[in-house]
Design a protein around this ligand. Structure first.
Ligand SMILES: *[C@@H]1O[C@H](CO)[C@@H](O)[C@H](O)[C@H]1NC(C)=O
Ligand SMILES: *[C@@H]1O[C@H](CO)[C@@H](O)[C@H](O)[C@H]1NC(C)=O
Ligand SMILES: *[C@@H]1O[C@H](CO)[C@@H](O)[C@H](O)[C@H]1NC(C)=O
Ligand SMILES: *[C@@H]1O[C@H](CO)[C@@H](O)[C@H](O)[C@H]1NC(C)=O
Ligand SMILES: *[C@@H]1O[C@H](CO)[C@@H](O)[C@H](O)[C@H]1NC(C)=O
Ligand SMILES: *[C@@H]1O[C@H](CO)[C@@H](O)[C@H](O)[C@H]1NC(C)=O
Ligand SMILES: *[C@@H]1O[C@H](CO)[C@@H](O)[C@H](O)[C@H]1NC(C)=O
Length: 449
């Protein structure tokens, strides 16, 4: 009996990864993987008033606006299988890094707090850990019962409040982002762009055709709806929506791409207003929290592995795989931070369904330094492409972690992001108002006592 138990325990720990040997590529060892992915195919999140396809046209995935479709679920099932192939299987450019069977200590999945990203994460993990034949055991990993899909191991998907999620949700409640965007729109460059004849013509024609005015930040609604309607109602779209042409659509998309770039602070020339580099500040507010969240975790992992007396290492020591299940803009924010937005921009402006950026943390045993590899999954059906050498400061598949650290540092919000989002004046006047506030508090306390 004891023997049997021992055998079982050894088997269990083998299956569950306790005995997975380090993954090596010569002198390099894989330590941790971060993935930022976009949800899969969905219905439009809203549309313009005159659109012949309103909310009741969308019936899949629970029905209505913004829901993941079966095709979106399938895209993530496939991506999950691909990730399993890369990080569970042994082979050429695949690494037996994660256990074959779900081990709760090795991974953490963080989704933004809405249906399509949550269900994308569920679908992805179904591909990665939920198939029959992956080595899981009925009665241990899932119920041995009629009605339970054989081999389906549920994986916890964690989330946070959507509106205050400044890491995953680029539309979080953040007055500073709006403030900076308003400043950006008053810049000479954006004014010149907005009033150029080609851009004016797109806006004016669209307004006339659909009888609705568009601010720059709402403009995406039109190309987004049209993009999806071409997938689901391509012929009906052309019959019911008489102004739709491929040419006009492409011009709308081009305008929208440019708005995206401006929103992420990509200008032709540095824009300085109120003593602020507006482009940098926009990128800080959008990419800074995510880039710093990632690098902080990598640094903690490194410290806990190589500095013996680090504290609070229990969780991170086991952690190998961390996912952000999020949005096109989230994936975009990583690409822009690394100067790689050109890879997202074609053919549809922003990262496509189930696009994923992967940051692999590797350790070099020769110089005892941390390195990273950047891997991109451009869209469903594609393979992973190692893109590290496209980053300006990197020239090979492996790049010094310092590079990533410098990016994160440059984009680090000046204060904890919840506070920083409330700062809507340039820092000079802000520090005056803060010290004045502290002064008032001191006075107040003085009289109170
Ligand atoms: C692994 O793949 C690379 C690139 O495709 C190839 O050059 C190499 O020969 C392959 N190695 C093995 C062992 O298959
Ligand atoms: C998500 O689902 C809930 C309930 O099923 C629904 O009320 C809500 O509108 C959906 N939200 C989003 C953003 O998809
Ligand atoms: C920005 O640069 C691009 C490429 O050089 C150019 O086509 C475009 O007109 C410029 N935009 C503005 C507003 O100056
Ligand atoms: C806008 O409409 C005018 C008049 O019909 C046309 O000449 C122009 O090409 C249109 N612009 C775009 C971007 O479609
Ligand atoms: C929609 O139809 C047009 C022309 O009929 C075609 O060029 C295009 O590829 C179709 N789009 C999709 C997404 O099927
Ligand atoms: C960690 O250990 C080293 C060597 O024993 C020591 O010099 C250092 O002060 C310690 N650091 C902390 C944070 O305890
Ligand atoms: C590992 O470090 C050594 C010494 O700095 C360096 O020569 C080598 O290129 C590094 N390996 C990789 C794969 O970057």
């Amino acid at each position: 009996m004891i023997h049997l138990y021992w055998c079982f325990a050894v088997f269990w720990s083998f299956i569950h990864g306790a005995t997975i040997p380090p993954v090596k590529d010569g002198e390099m060892e894989l330590k941790m993987v971060h993935v930022v992915w976009r949800h899969g195919d969905r219905s439009p999140t809203t549309t313009y008033n005159a659109d012949p396809f309103q909310e009741d046209s969308w019936t899949f995935g629970g029905g209505g606006w913004g829901q993941l479709s079966p095709s979106g679920m399938f895209q993530h099932l496939q991506l999950g299988k691909k990730l399993r192939n890369r990080y569970v299987n042994t082979g050429n450019s695949t690494y037996n890094f994660l256990p074959a069977v779900y081990d709760q200590k090795t991974m953490y999945i963080r989704s933004t707090g809405i249906n399509r990203t949550l269900i994308s994460a569920t679908s992805n993990m179904l591909g990665m850990y939920g198939q029959d034949g992956y080595g899981s055991t009925a009665g241990i990993d899932f119920p041995d019962a009629v009605g339970w899909p054989r081999g389906f191991v549920p994986i916890p998907i964690h989330t946070v409040d959507y509106d205050s999620d400044h890491i995953g949700n680029m539309d979080s409640d953040c007055p500073r982002r709006e403030w900076l965007w308003n400043l950006a729109q008053q810049s000479d460059e954006m004014k010149a762009w907005r009033s150029s004849s080609s851009v004016r013509s797109v806006f004016n024609n669209l307004t006339a055709l659909v009888n609705q005015k568009w601010s720059l930040e709402d403009f995406w609604v039109v190309p987004d709806a049209l993009f999806i309607e071409q997938i689901y109602f391509n012929e009906t779209l052309r019959q019911k929506n008489l102004w739709f042409t491929d040419d006009f659509y492409n011009q709308i998309v081009a305008v929208n791409d440019q708005i995206y770039m401006y929103e992420y602070g990509i200008f032709n020339k540095t824009v300085t207003m109120q003593n602020l580099n507006i482009g940098l500040e926009l990128l800080k507010i959008r990419s800074g929290p995510l880039m710093n969240d990632m690098i902080d975790r990598i640094n903690k992992k490194s410290a806990c592995t190589y500095k013996k007396n680090e504290t609070g290492c229990n969780w991170i020591n086991g952690l190998k795989y961390f996912v952000y299940s999020a949005h096109d803009e989230t994936v975009y924010s990583v690409l822009v931070a690394l100067g790689l937005e050109r890879f997202a921009i074609i053919p549809h402006g922003y990262p496509l369904y189930s696009a994923a950026v992967v940051v692999e943390y590797w350790r070099n045993s020769t110089d005892n330094n941390d390195y990273f590899k950047l891997v991109y999954h451009k869209q469903s059906g594609d393979d992973f492409t190692v893109m590290t050498n496209e980053i300006e400061e990197c020239d090979r598949d492996y790049c010094r972690m310092d590079v990533l650290e410098q990016v994160a540092k440059k984009l680090k919000p000046d204060q904890p992001i919840d506070q920083w989002c409330l700062v809507t004046e340039s820092s000079g006047s802000y520090s005056i108002s803060i010290s004045f506030l502290s002064f008032l508090i001191v006075i107040y306390n003085f009289f109170l006592l």
